[in-house]
Design a binder for this molecule. Structure first.
Ligand SMILES: [Zn+2]
Length: 288
């Protein structure tokens, strides 16, 4: 039995990857303003199963007592000079296979609401940021029906609520709350998405159970209508991160460079705000 679990673990590990974000020289805003949630520290027992992807271990889902596993996707700032000024390749594959899953069949089966504390030290309007995240979810929920932006999407992750309460991303066990906030992460990591779920066993039995997302106040963020050259565009990065929330994986093939789930990005980049053909096909096939 142990052997089987280990094998499944490896398969999941191979399918997990990271969203490497290039560093450009810029002004950093130190995280001196009160964070809207607890600092995220990857626990010592966590195992890095792929570059910047940490297996957090097994834990009991308080919702039903089932055993679940957790993974943390660190958005790591990496000096990838070749991707700084050309985040997207204007190539559309003839047949779109530009999508991947965290684990085949691992998707949301129960609608759970989420909560966001969008207070931030960047003078971004909190409701604007909250609404950007909400709209980011809508983009993916529309895509679950195979369409872009019709506003009649599947209800995949429920409704969001705005809070000023301190939130806490769950690195050791899920707590039945899906929490999003700006907080302190280690320098070099621009954000993290933690997903708990059932990733092993038969694909039909797999399921996503909880997600938490933290955006690192070490970096400077913007929520403008247009991208700001030296700032992380919240809409752009959040739309990508929300793809992980839905169960989608990063892409690194050049021919998939126009996808929101393309695994490289940088400050000022905005093209990931809009889902591309592969993102939509992937989302629709996962939730069909
Ligand atoms: Zn990613």
């Amino acid at each position: 039995m142990k052997k089987i679990i280990f094998a499944v673990c490896l398969v999941v590990a191979v399918s997990l990857s990271v969203y490497g974000v290039a560093i450009a020289s810029q002004t950093r805003v130190p995280a001196t303003v009160g964070p809207s949630g607890q600092t995220v520290i990857i626990p010592e027992h966590a195992v890095e199963v792929a570059p910047h992807v940490f297996y957090l271990g097994e834990a009991i889902d308080p919702a039903d007592g089932q055993m679940v596993r957790g993974y943390a996707f660190m958005l790591t700032a990496e000096a990838k000079t070749d991707s700084v000024n050309k985040p997207a390749k204007p190539v559309k594959p003839a047949v779109n296979t530009c999508y991947g899953f965290l684990a085949s069949g691992a998707k949301w089966k129960t609608v759970e609401n989420w909560v966001m504390n969008s207070s931030n030290p960047f003078a971004m309007d909190e409701m604007t940021v909250f609404n950007l995240l909400d709209r980011g979810i809508n983009k993916w929920e529309d895509a679950a029906n195979g369409v872009v932006g019709d506003g009649y999407g599947k209800n995949v992750v429920g409704a969001g609520s705005f809070t000023t309460e301190m939130l806490n991303a769950d690195e050791t066990a899920p707590d039945n709350m899906n929490e999003i906030y700006f907080g302190e992460l280690e320098p070099g990591t621009i954000g993290v998405t933690i997903v708990w779920g059932v990733f092993g066993g038969a694909p039909k039995a797999r399921e996503l159970r909880e997600w938490d997302q933290v955006y690192n106040t070490y970096y400077t963020w913007s929520a403008e209508a247009s991208g700001v050259p030296d700032k992380m565009d919240f809409d752009n990065i959040a739309t990508h991160e929300l793809g992980h929330t839905m169960g989608l994986d990063d892409l690194y093939t050049d021919s998939c460079g126009q996808e929101t789930m393309y695994g490289y990005g940088t400050e000022g980049e905005t093209y990931k705000r809009d889902l591309n053909a592969g993102d939509v096909v992937g989302m629709a096939s996962l939730y069909k």
